[in-house]
Structure formats: C-alpha cells, structure tokens
Design a binder for this molecule. Structure first.
Ligand code: HEM
Length: 412
C-alpha cells in the first residue's frame, strides 16, 4: 500500500498555518535530535502548523501546546499513534492506543510487570549483561555502540521480562527495526504482522505449558470478568517490545554521543557519583526523542486554531523540555536549556510523556541508564567518536542515531 506523499489542504486550515515539514526527516548531521527540534521551533514556523506531508497533519511546536495535548486525552485521542493514519496497526497496541476509561483496565494488567521489586530483578539481569559486554569490548579499543551495546541491554531486559529464549534475539531485533524505523512506511505493516505472528506463537506455547512468567499471567488474566481475547493479548505484548526496546537504546546512544564529545562531563560523573540521579534526569530532559501523535476525537480550538475531528497532530516531547523566552522556565535563557547541566535547581521534562499514558517503564528506563553510566564509565572512562564517522538521525516514533562508532585507548 502506498501512502500519499502530499495531500490537499483541508478548508479549515488557515493559509498562514501551513509549513512544509516532513516529520520523518530531521536536519541533524551532528546527531543532535533535540537541538534540531528546538531549531524547528525557533525557525519562525507557527506554534501550531499544518504540513501536507505524510498524509497531512498538524504539528505543535510550543511546549505549552504539547503538554496541553498530552494532558487532554478526551480531545486528543491515542487511537492513532502515527502519521499517516494508514500506518497505524490494525490491532491496537495496548494500552498505548486505548483511550480512557478502558485504558486504565488494560494498564493495570501490565503494572505487575513494572513494580519496584520487578525492576530490581530486571536490573540484576541488565547489570550482569552490561558488565559482560563492556569487559568484552574494552580490550578491542573500539565498537559500534548501537549494535554492540545500546540495543543489547534493553533486549536482554525485555526477554527476561517475558522469559523468552536467547536464540530469539535476532528475530526480535529485525521486527523492531521494521516497525520503528522502516525504510519505507509500508514496511511497518510487515513489521506489525511479524510481531503478531511472533507474539501469538508465544501465547500458544504458554497456554499449552503455563508457567509463572508475564505471558502466562496474561493468558490467565481477565477483563470485565472474561479472559483476554487473542487480539488483546497481542496488543499487550507488543507494547512491551515497541515501547521498551528502541527508546532505551536510543536514549543510551544520545547520552553516549554527548559524553564522547564532552570529557568534562565524563570526569564530573566519575568524580561525583552522588550526582548520578540528577545527571540521569538532566540527560533525559536534554535527549528527549519521542514525537507523539494524537487524533482529534472532536472538533476543538487550540491556540486560536480550529482543529477538526479526525485530524492528526504530532506533539514532539522534546519541546516541553526547552522553554523558550516566552514560556519562562526557571533555568535561564533559551540557549542555556541546550546545555547539559547536572546542577540545575529543578529538572522538569516530558521525555516520558504526560497525562494518562505516562510511560509505564520510566523506573526501568532510569535503572538501565544508571547501570550503563556506572559500568561503562568505570571500565571505559575515556572515549571518542571515531574520526570521520558520519552521524545521522533517523526518525520514527523515537528518533535514533543508527550507528555510533567509538574508539578509546586500551588500558595496559
Ligand atoms: C528512555 C526510555 C523511554 C522513553 C523515552 C519512553 C517514552 C515513553 C513515552 C513518551 C510514552 C507515552 C506514550 C503516549 O503518550 O502515547 C511511553 C509510554 C509507555 N512506555 Fe515508555 N519510554 C521509555 C522506556 C520504556 C520501557 C523500558 C518500558 C517497559 C518495557 C516502557 C513501557 C511503556 C508503556 C507500556 C507505555 C504505554 C503506557 C500507556 O499507554 O498507558 N517504556 N513511553
């Protein structure tokens, strides 16, 4: 299926609110996605504009509007999570694509996988794997960070969460790649179909031989006094794969790019381990990379503009994290927000979203970032981006640097 690359402009879109913008392409040759989003905001585009690309949709570029959209799910529905509309999966990803009130029932089913005790257990797996990987990499003096480390830890955590066999790892990686960063948008459908086949094969296996793992628990779970249907099970398992793998890999890669370029921050983290919690929060603020999408459930007026039921709107989470002068913010001038400052008095961000769909894996994600920072900086304290490496940013639901070659001096 081919999606229209450009669409007609609907009558309700005022001409002064039109800009030519492709949400899947960003001008960030230095690999700094969030800074590119700030440049877009400051480029003179309206704070809410319409683009004809990718099926035609709105884009909000002020932090206040993005937050408003995320916090008003009754108007800005999650039933579409991507542009164009046709790119959305036929079977909803649950609870991500479900609106209140049903959303809460489904969300509860997954919450037992995200308790502090569960996160602690998963952190043990993540730390063991990280130490093993880094100790293997260190004597080589180089690596391609994304494939060699960033994707490995979240996959190990996800597989442990669902008790999946290690040999499934390449299959999972391939499916995630097709869905999150397809070469052509149509490839996403193939990714969703593969994901459905994979997850349902696992469900059938656990139905035949139930155990204590999350998949088995979900096959026994009930909603409104009835067992979950296959499509619901599929949606619930898909979310863990879609929401938990690429986001963490992407965040680790953006942080590592920054640390490779900023030795003073590396030294600071090693010298003052007590600031780790604040440092993680500041990295999360500075490196936000999820552009959310909502569908208008009803006509509404936003920022003085009429939006119509069925319109899609892209809400970049990063733009909540860099208040511009008009939006105040306690941290100082707009420029200052682009700096990574571990000593900010107060760090507020929407990197994990806001409102009813706030990320369920935020504690797990923070634990994974901490483990990476602690174990990597202990074993590979000084590193740089390989000379001549060309960085690029690929944008899907989450933006990502697909390849980050690193070098360091091997310790004698
Ligand atoms: C740095 C890493 C991560 C980032 C930046 C991130 C970001 C987000 C964002 C922005 C949302 C809101 C989606 C929306 O409003 O439509 C979200 C939802 C969600 N995230 Fe994360 N996430 C991360 C890691 C994780 C991890 C590790 C997991 C667990 C496996 C996870 C599980 C979820 C789930 C289940 C939802 C859906 C919640 C709902 O719809 O109620 N995330 N995430």
């Amino acid at each position: 299926m081919l999606y229209p690359s450009r669409t007609d402009i609907p009558d309700h879109v005022p001409p002064e609110r039109i800009a030519d913008y492709d949400t899947f392409h960003v001008d960030a040759p230095d690999g700094d996605f969030a800074a590119a989003m700030v440049r877009l905001r400051d480029s003179g585009v309206p704070d809410l504009f319409w683009t004809q690309r990718n099926g035609g949709h709105w884009v909000a570029t002020s932090g206040a509007l993005v937050r408003h959209i995320l916090e008003h799910g009754e108007t800005f529905s999650n039933r579409a999570m991507r542009v164009p509309k046709q790119a959305n999966p036929a079977v909803p990803i649950i609870p991500l694509m479900i609106d209140p009130p049903d959303h809460a029932h489904y969300r509860r089913l997954l919450s037992r996988a995200m308790t502090p005790a569960e996160v602690k257990k998963l952190a043990v797996v993540a730390r063991e794997l990280s130490i093993g990987l880094i100790e293997e990499l260190e004597p080589k003096g180089q690596c391609e960070f994304v494939a060699d480390f960033a994707q490995q830890m979240p996959i190990a955590v996800f597989m442990s969460m669902l008790d999946l066999p290690p040999e499934d790892r390449p299959v999972i990686l391939a499916i995630v790649g097709r869905i999150i960063r397809p070469d052509v948008p149509e490839m996403r459908h193939k990714g969703f179909a593969d994901l459905a086949d994979y997850t349902m094969a696992k469900v059938r296996g656990r139905r035949a031989a139930p155990a204590g793992d999350l998949i088995s628990q979900l096959t026994r779970a009930e909603i409104d006094g009835r067992p979950l249907r296959d499509d619901e099970l599929q949606g619930l398992m898909s979310v863990l794969m879609l929401a938990g793998l690429d986001t963490v890999a992407s965040m680790l890669t953006f942080i590592t790019r920054f640390l490779a370029l900023n030795p003073a921050h590396r030294d600071d983290l090693r010298a003052r381990p007590a600031i780790m919690t604040e440092a993680i929060e500041e990295f999360l603020r500075r490196m936000a990379m999820v552009n959310l999408t909502r569908e208008l459930a009803e006509d509404t007026v936003l920022g003085g503009v009429t939006l119509k039921q069925g319109d899609l709107i892209v809400a970049p989470t990063a733009l909540c994290n860099f208040p511009n002068d008009g939006e105040g913010g306690e941290g100082g001038a707009a420029d200052d927000w682009l700096k990574v400052n571990f000593n900010r008095p107060r760090i507020v961000h929407a990197t994990f979203g806001a409102g009813a769909h706030y990320c369920m894996g935020s504690s797990l994600a923070r634990a994974e970032i901490r483990i990476y920072l602690e174990e990597w900086l202990t074993r590979i304290p000084d590193f740089a981006i390989a000379e001549g490496a060309a960085l690029e940013v690929k944008v899907g639901a989450a933006a990502m640097i697909p390849s980050l070659p690193l070098v360091w001096k091997v310790r004698g």
